[in-house]
Ligand binder design. Structure first.
Ligand code: SF4
Length: 303
């Protein structure tokens, strides 16, 4: 059994640029003492939402927006919103802090342009992403709700290949799954324009995360349960390291996970147990550090 351990936080983990930018803008505003309403949760992470709520951030939905008026300030999160939301905000006279990630904003504009181009000739805009996800709703809104959303390769038959297709992806989709969809579409039609719209920060993360997971004896994956990016990255880690465990707080780390990893390590070698801590693009760095800080109290079996 291992007699020591090392604990490494994935250097590429923590919020993506889009979320950092949105959180910074929210905190800047809240520091001035004003009330701020976020249209939907800024990040899919309960601990971070609670932290921002203590500073004065309230989460509302579209029904809540309709109850606000001039003098109220509403934050549009990094996922972006469809045009209908901006119209609703204008109608009730609220001030907007628009934190749509620049990468998402460009994707929205590209989809709007593609739709203007193909809709006149019966073509389709197809978006590979999670149905009902806030970013996808914002993207579909650029086509007046007429884009086709494909969540899995098995839904490919819902695409009309008899006319031109403009294919896009949600920024946080799994790069491998998007590659498979692209290949399957090209096998059915050559009249298709493929747009590589997975966020570079996400696609780079996938390859680096696979190496990080494989390079540790046990992986503690820190994320809110509601994060779709968290689910994708967790499965990626588990594919490269079966000893990958989902953690949503320091308290949820089970000492037996570490004990089992130590028992199974290299057939019982004396090498240090290598614990890797990583998370989703919605997992704040402080939460990863809190999990790391809690580890030393949970490895007392290492003697
Ligand atoms: S994952 Fe990429 S595109 Fe999405 S909010 Fe973050 S930085 Fe922007």
């Amino acid at each position: 059994m291992a007699s020591r351990f090392s604990c490494e936080i994935d250097p590429d983990s923590g919020f993506c640029h889009g979320v950092v930018r949105a959180v910074n803008k929210a905190e800047e505003f809240l520091a001035g003492g004003g009330r701020l309403f976020s249209l939907g949760a800024m990040v899919h992470n309960t601990a971070e939402i609670d932290r921002l709520a203590r500073q004065g951030l309230s989460i509302i939905d579209l029904d809540g927006l309709a109850l606000l008026g001039p003098g109220d300030t509403v934050l549009i999160r990094a996922h972006g919103e469809p045009p209908a939301t901006y119209a609703a905000a204008q109608a009730c006279g609220v001030q907007l802090i628009d934190c749509t990630c620049p990468v998402v904003l460009k994707l929205q504009r590209d989809i709007a342009a593609a739709w203007r181009s193909v809709s006149v000739s019966g073509g389709s805009v197809v978006i590979f992403g999670k149905k009902g996800h806030a970013e996808v709703n914002g993207l579909v809104g650029q086509t007046g709700g007429r884009a086709i959303v494909i969540q899995t390769l098995s839904e490919i038959d819902t695409i009309d290949f008899s006319h031109h297709i403009e294919l896009f992806s949600q920024t946080t989709s799994d790069p491998g799954e998007y590659e498979a969809l692209k290949a399957a579409c090209l096998a059915r039609s050559a009249d298709i324009t493929i747009h590589d719209t997975i966020c570079r920060q996400v696609s780079r993360r996938h390859s680096k995360l696979a190496a990080f997971a494989a390079g540790h004896d046990v992986i503690l994956f820190v994320s809110g349960r509601e994060s779709s990016n968290g689910k994708v990255l967790f499965e990626l880690c588990r594919a490269h390291n079966p000893r990958t465990y989902w953690v949503d707080s320091p308290e949820s780390v089970q000492p037996e996970w570490l004990a089992e990893a130590a028992d199974g390590q290299n057939g019982g070698s004396d090498a240090p147990l290598r614990i890797g801590i990583t998370g989703a693009t919605s997992t704040p760095r402080w939460q990863l550090e809190a999990v790391a800080d809690s580890i030393s109290g949970k490895v007392c079996f290492l003697v």
